[in-house]
Design a binder for this molecule. Structure first.
Ligand code: ADP
Ligand code: MG
Length: 567
């Protein structure tokens, strides 16, 4: 007979199992095998009741549990009822190294009395208690602030059937559908019919009907959804809708980043999909920075991932034709583009996250070794990478690549008369324009403010502004980046880099080790805003992997403007 945890049982107290519920149930296949089952705030513990000395305890952590349901058995003559709990703990991969989340189901038969209704009520009581306890136990990252999705989480899932290898729908059916059912997540599947379909749908949707908007595709579909939300008059509320990502495309950078933020062991393909599905079921919500991007045509876009020009943008777009191979298309594109490496002329300026420490005049002389940055190529405290033996020009810092004083060198000049107040909060709302104000940005036709750094180099192989950790499933581009760090991680590679050196950078990026390559052509800056003015008449610019018009472009961060389901 089942006992309730409210009856104190000294033996269980000794075992530290005082908790929510305690009961004894039978095996689903064999009535004679009985288990003692106890539920505490953090775990479900199962032990076979037997006279043999082997009384191994199985402990299931509720952080790994997505749900539990009560049900009758398949045989209508069976008076017993059942409850089944669904766990996705990390387990060793079959035939390979490492661990990954794998499904484990625990089912018990309740046969308290001969009355099937009473048994079902008891099974429901357990299922309810396990669900409630699991909802409170989600894998949280230290130092992160989370809220939770409303439950039940009414979810719109937008699937792009053309994304990746054209298998997003099959991947959903095979790996996610069952998981959502186990987690009792009510959802509606919307299959996109064409580019911009998702954007139009989200722009007009009655958002009071939805607690989360989830995309099953690559990054391109989320870009549509975010811009659809920002197109709305009620954008301020709309962009607060929790967003989720299920990787089904060939470019799954946000999914890889979210997985990385959860501090889980590395995962790819279906394992990454399962990890993101698991996070969706757990329903923890964090903040997501967005970047506002202005194009020459006065169009404004909102971006959650990247702004790229040169090599990265070329690879992204040119590798579209290999999309049938999936995520490996980027590696193929990289090799092809390396073979005919291009240099692009343009001007780059940015607002650093921190003002450079004011060095006393003349403290760095050409014949003195410059101070060594803590990281060989990462200079968080300096406005740019200091290049040994570079001769500083008058009125310039000792950096070969950039200047942070006035310069007439190009049309990106600093202006002391700028109307832009860099001390204003980055996100303000303007009820008339119904869009957030980009307080850090002057007009594209105005000089950049004095506080900005103007890069002196004009010959680039690539410029990449990224605001998530991963640029692709296997490119850990901004190792320190977080979804809501309020930082644009700006990388650029100047001309003169050899093909092998560039390849080395991309290979090292797989492990996030490219900054340790000590490549003098790679510069990394943490910035809040930037401007890029291509001079080369032809080229490609991408935002979140999608091609946008080619020409001058500027961007600023809006910390934590959106909300993201993560863990
Ligand atoms: P991938 O990572 O495979 O590129 P994305 O999610 O980035 O996948 O989508 C690629 C492009 O497909 C995006 O530009 C998106 O707007 C577009 N798109 C969305 N739905 C459809 C559809 N039904 N048919 C064709 N293209 C679509
Ligand atoms: Mg894409």
């Amino acid at each position: 007979m089942e006992k309730d945890a409210s009856d104190p049982d000294p033996s269980r107290q000794r075992n530290g199992l005082v908790g929510v519920l305690y009961g004894e149930f039978t095996d689903t296949l064999n009535d004679r095998v009985r288990y003692s089952v106890s539920l505490t705030e953090s775990a479900l513990t199962v032990q076979r009741i037997s006279s043999s000395p082997d009384r191994t305890k199985m402990v299931f952590n509720l952080t790994d549990c997505v749900g539990c349901r009560a049900h009758r058995g398949p045989d209508s003559a069976d008076v017993g009822a059942y409850f089944t709990a669904y766990f996705y703990p990390f387990k060793r991969r079959w035939m390979s190294a490492g661990v990954t989340r794998q499904r484990v189901e625990q089912c018990f038969r309740v046969a308290l009395l001969q009355d099937p209704l009473v048994n079902l009520q008891e099974a429901e009581r357990w299922a309810h208690a396990i669900r409630d306890a699991s909802a409170l136990q989600a894998p949280r990252r230290d130092g992160m602030m989370y809220t939770e999705v409303r439950r039940p989480c009414r979810t719109m899932i937008l699937v792009n059937p053309q994304s990746g290898r054209g298998q997003a729908l099959q991947l959903f059916t095979g790996h996610i559908q069952g998981l959502l059912t186990e987690a009792s997540v009510p959802y509606e599947l919307v299959i996109t019919e064409r580019p911009n379909h998702a954007r139009e749908l989200v722009r007009k949707a009655d958002l009071s009907q939805w607690d989360a908007l989830v995309i099953m595709s690559g990054d391109g579909l989320l870009f549509e959804v975010i811009n659809g939300l920002m197109d709305r008059e009620d954008w301020q509320d709309a962009i607060q809708t929790p967003l989720g990502i299920l990787p089904g495309g060939s470019g799954n950078a946000l999914a890889a980043s979210v997985h990385h933020y959860s501090q889980s062991p590395p995962a790819w393909n279906e394992e990454l999909l399962l990890s993101c599905g698991f996070m969706l079921c757990k329903g923890l919500v964090g903040s997501l920075d967005l970047v506002s991007i202005h194009l020459a045509s006065r169009q404004r876009l909102f971006s959650f991932l990247s702004l790229a020009w040169g090599f990265v943008a070329d690879v992204d777009i040119e590798s579209e034709k290999y999309r049938h191979v999936g995520a490996i298309r980027f590696l193929m594109g990289t090799l092809v583009r390396l073979a005919s490496l291009r240099v692009y002329q343009g001007r780059l300026a940015y607002l650093p996250v921190k003002e450079a420490p004011k060095l006393p005049k003349g403290s760095i002389k050409a014949n003195h070794p410059p101070p060594t940055p803590q990281h060989p190529s990462l200079c968080s405290s300096l406005p740019c990478r200091l290049v040994p033996n570079a001769s500083p020009k008058p009125n310039q810092s000792s950096c070969r690549s950039c200047i942070s004083t006035n310069s007439n060198h190009n049309t990106i000049t600093n202006s002391s008369n700028s109307v832009v107040d860099n001390n204003r909060p980055e996100t303000q709302s303007d009820s008339k324009t119904a869009a957030p104000v980009d307080a850090l940005l002057p007009g594209l036709d105005q000089p950049v403010p004095e506080s900005w750094t103007v890069v002196q180099e004009e010959d680039f192989v690539l410029v990449l502004a990224i605001y998530q950790s991963h640029l692709a499933e296997d490119l850990w581009t901004a190792p320190g980046a977080m979804a809501d760090d309020g930082v644009i991680h700006l990388f650029y590679v100047t001309a003169g880099i050899s093909r092998p050196a560039l390849l080395r950078l991309f290979l090292a990026m797989e492990k996030g080790a490219h900054l340790a390559c000590d490549c003098p052509h790679l510069v990394y800056e943490k910035v809040r805003a930037l401007r890029l003015e291509p001079i080369s008449p032809q080229g490609m610019i991408t935002v979140d992997g999608e091609m946008v018009e080619y020409g001058p472009v500027q961007a600023q961060i809006h910390p934590g403007l959106a909300r993201l389901i993560c863990g």
